[in-house]
Structure formats: C-alpha cells, structure tokens
Ligand binder design. Structure first.
Ligand code: FPP
Length: 248
C-alpha cells in the first residue's frame, strides 16, 4: 500500500493517537553499514525527522515527542556531541519557517542549561517563532532524562512542604504530574522505538505507564512517512484497557 492509502485507512478507522512519542534509534548503525562516521547517520536521521513531523501532522496527531538527545548522550565522544548540537542548530535554521507555516509549535524539553549558548539560542528562536501554532505540538526532548525529571518534581513538592504551603497528604498523582516537564500534554498513546531495541532508555518513565509500544526493526534514517502510518494503523487495531477488563 502507498503511504497515501495507509493514511486513507487511518482516517477510515477513526481514532488517531493524540500523542505519539518516538525513540529515534539506529543512526550510528545506519552509518556503519555504509562505512561512514556516525555523524553521517545523524544527518540522515534529520530527514526522517522532517518526514515524520509532516506525516504526524497529516494524520491528525496532536502532540509528537521526539527523543533527540538524552542526558546520557553527554557521555558520547566530544566530536559526536558537537555534531549533534550543530545538527540541531541546522534543523532550526532550515525548518523554522516551514514549521510555522505548517502550524507546528515547537517546544524544547529537558535540562537546557547544559547546552551551549548557541544551541540554546537557536532552540529558543524556534520556540518563540512557532509559539501559538495549533496544528501539531512538537516536543524535542533534548538533554532529557526521565529520572531527573521525576527527582526535580519531588524536590519542588518537598520545598513547598518545607515552606508550609503543602501537606504531604495532599500530594497525589495529579499534583505530581503537574510538576513534570510534559505537564499539559496528554500522556503518549503510542511509543515508537526504531532499530529493534526493547528498552525505554530513561524516556518519559512516568508518562508511558499505559502507552502502547511499537518497535520497528528499521534504523531511524530508514523510517519515514509510511512507517509512521503503519505504526498508527497497528495502534488502531489494539484494544486499550488501562489495566481494566473491558465490558462485553
Ligand atoms: C540514536 O542513534 C539517535 C540519537 C542519539 C540522536 C537523534 C538525532 C537525530 C535524529 C538528528 C537530529 C534531530 C533533530 C530533532 C533535528 P544512535 O546514535 O544511538 O544509533 P546506534 O544505536 O546505531 O549507535
């Protein structure tokens, strides 16, 4: 089936995942298969980002979260980190106008203080430029780690208890969730991971509690529009129970 036929089928089925999160994996292996440096794979991965953002928007997804750089990725060789940061800056320069025209609001989520001033300024510029766009919210998780996110939330609540403005008994899931970086977004309905790995890699540990998972064997630079549509179709065939038994 062509990608447009897949999209047609998605529309016929009806329920589209509101929030899709993606662990983009396999850029390094894709480059190695071609005897090229890892950076070459990341650059090819940027084209997949473009294709998938457009496809998500066409399918009617409301929020797309991409794991672009984990807090653990800081431990990669300096040259690779520098190349990834340069790619993010390039992405902003190349896509800023187009994203705004297509109604995509970009948000950068993570410990952005660790980024260099140039990368931070580039991200800030795309966030400012696209603020208020309503067709698709695109979260770029950068320098992001879920355990760190959860610890920071706990710390903020502990501060309020110490100040005397909050009682420990008032802390519930809803209040806790409000301290997290993705507060305001619905939890992901669908998590996609490429390159066949079966790990969460410290990604959205709180928010993924009831998320449907879809693992693609493709390496990220080979993942495109039709593959996102296939993942959504697979999601549409599933019965979501949220830990309950469905009546009937
Ligand atoms: C994982 O592949 C991928 C990353 C760590 C970076 C993802 C970055 C991009 C797709 C490019 C730029 C992003 C944006 C948002 C413009 P890996 O290096 O872990 O691959 P491997 O497991 O095969 O080594």
């Amino acid at each position: 089936m062509s990608s447009e036929q897949l999209l047609q089928q998605i529309r016929v089925n009806g329920t589209v995942p509101r929030h899709v999160a993606i662990i983009m994996d396999g850029n390094g292996r894709w480059a190695r298969q071609r005897n090229r440096p890892r950076e070459f794979g990341h650059r090819a991965g940027m084209a997949s980002v473009r294709a998938v953002v457009e496809a998500a928007s066409d399918a009617g997804v409301e929020v797309l979260t991409l794991y672009a750089f984990s807090s653990e990725n800081w431990h990669r060789p300096h040259t690779e980190v520098t190349a990834l940061m340069a790619l993010l800056e390039l992405y902003v320069r190349k896509e800023r106008r187009d994203l705004k025209e297509k109604g995509v609001e970009v948000r950068a989520v993570g410990d952005l203080h660790r980024l260099g001033p140039r990368t931070r300024a580039a991200l800030q510029s795309i966030v400012d430029h696209t603020r208020g766009c309503e067709r698709l919210k695109l979260n770029l998780a950068i320098s992001y780690g879920a355990r760190d996110e959860i610890v920071n939330a706990a710390r903020r609540l502990a501060e309020r208890v110490r100040e005397g403005t909050l009682m420990p008994g008032e802390i519930d899931e809803e209040l806790f969730q409000k301290q997290l970086l993705f507060a305001g977004d619905p939890d992901p309905d669908l998590l996609i991971r490429t390159s066949g790995e079966l790990r969460l890699s410290n990604f959205m540990l709180w928010q993924l509690a009831y998320t449907e998972m879809y693992v693609s064997e493709l390496l990220w630079p080979d993942f495109g529009r039709e593959h996102l549509f296939s993942a959504i179709l697979d999601f549409q065939r599933r019965e979501r129970r949220f830990g309950r038994v469905l009546a009937g």
